[in-house]
Design a protein around this ligand. Sequence first.
Ligand code: AMP
Ligand code: ZN
Length: 434
Amino acid sequence: MSEFFNPEMEALSRSEIEVLQLERLKKTVNHCQDSAFYKKRFESIGMKPSDIKCLDDLRKIPFTTKQDLRDTYPFGIASVPLKDCIRLHSSSGTTGNPTVILHTKQDIDQWANAVARCLWMVGCRPEDVFQNTSGYGMFTGGLGFQYGAEKLGMLTVPAAAGNTLRQLKFFTDFGTTVVHAIPSYAARIYEVMLEKGIDPRRDTKLRTLVIGAEPHSEDTRKRIEEMLGVKAYNSFGMSEMCGPGVAFECKEQNGLHIWEDYYIVEIVNPDTLEPVPDGEIGELVLTTLNREAMPLLRYRTRDLTRILPGSCPCGREHKRLDRMKGRSDDMIILKGVNIFPIQIEAILMQFQELASDYLITLETIDGNDDMLVEVEMSDIFIDDYSKLQRLEKEITRQLHDEILITPKVRLLPKGSIPKSEGKAVRVKDLRKQY
Ligand code: AMP
Ligand code: ZN
């Protein structure tokens, strides 16, 4: 069997990739004429699809932002009628309107193909048993990996998120060899194994771990590999670009190959929006090349990374991204869920019992990443303890409804939160790096 899942795409040379990209870019820009949003945008700058003659002409097209997705919520960017769509996903971490991504049948097939390609690249084969610990639903890590793993032909265990004891039982009973987990959860799995006297090397067949959805360091990867006795591969994706399957490490573990038959990659300076040279860190900007329902042109991901120079010994010439270095906005990723501090602030500020100073602390407690929200009380004096408890509970409930995570809420007397000079520090990240 070939070492490539899609030899005709994975084995393309640089020049072949560029020829294919130009052809697909022209087609995509043409197809965008059917999107109310892009049609208006092209008209506003006097651009015609025929203006795209070479790959550099991409720069004539304005950027697309998350705000554009919110402004056109829910279906305003679509390039096909809704009757041709079969699925929608939406991204967490937005106040008000979430961002909606539509998919046609072909989009879902292409997405599954990309994920299968990634999994094959790190050695997954139909003999493997694949267990997915991602939430299934609007988040793309569930269904995205599910379809990809099925396409590859593995036996899939859609365990979904949480219930670590049940996850461990599945590992041992079903002979799981490949697991997909966010890095913080992989470390949690190990802690529960220790508590239960399970030795991953002796008692399980685990061999490969796919970790992604949140930033993590090379050291974290090494420690997780050491703990679980596996090879761990970094998986990068985002709902706007389908979900998982955008960029993935190969067996060399030296950066994430981004599939350039699916995407055109640009790295730009987030302030000037000018391109930075290969090797320099900037914001990742992606253009989809084979999407039907909702192509996106020059989408500003807000993720900071760089293109790694040099070629990869695996033979694939698709560019490699360095692991993500952070974000050019203030988005927090907790348990794989995207959260903006402003979402928390918006809830807190609805309570007249609360003053305007608050502090969000991210910490690791008993192996779990948690959020503590401390907020100062206003001058409205509450001397009744049960009233205070009710208030805390109500704030917690409303925060959970907004950010999908249950934070610990602590009400503090006015003046207790240390004030910084200049910009207020709203987020403290004390999470344990494994
Ligand atoms: P979502 O749209 O909910 O799938 O979230 C996508 C965001 O998660 C990306 O824009 C990144 O900020 C983050 N993310 C996903 N995968 C990784 C990864 N492997 N490393 C670092 N951040 C990641
Ligand atoms: Zn490689």
